[in-house]
Design a protein around this ligand. Structure first.
Ligand SMILES: [Zn+2]
Length: 115
């Protein structure tokens, strides 16, 4: 039995936009956790930061409840930056970090962030 796994789409997206950071949302699409690609509109350093295109965010939100935020660190470590942690807390959504080469994912929840 094959099951859709949003992580596969996130890894593919991260590979496509390399060396820039990918960003996307996990939404609840009719009960299935689904990855929605978003455009990274960070102006300066797309290899080191991401800003989700608000139009993409709004379009994803129209399709289903947003369950989490996904991004990649193309050549960086698989650990959240201070900015990532602040954004997670601020947006009050789980943050996922994906690394396509090793197909690894880590997650942090807003409730875990106290700094
Ligand atoms: Zn980051």
């Amino acid at each position: 039995m094959s099951k859709y796994d949003w992580a596969t789409d996130a890894f593919t997206h991260a590979t496509e936009v390399y060396p820039e950071e990918c960003c996307g949302l996990i939404i609840n699409l009719d009960g299935v956790e689904t990855y929605c690609k978003c455009k990274n509109i960070s102006r300066a350093y797309k290899t080191k930061s991401f800003v989700i295109d608000p139009l993409d965010y709004a379009a994803a939100e129209d399709q289903g409840e947003v369950l989490g935020i996904v991004h990649s660190h193309p050549d960086g470590e698989l650990c959240f930056s201070h900015t990532d942690r602040m954004a997670c807390k601020y947006l009050d959504l789980p943050f996922y970090l994906v690394e396509p080469k090793s197909e690894s994912i880590i997650v942090v929840y807003p409730s875990e962030i106290n700094d």
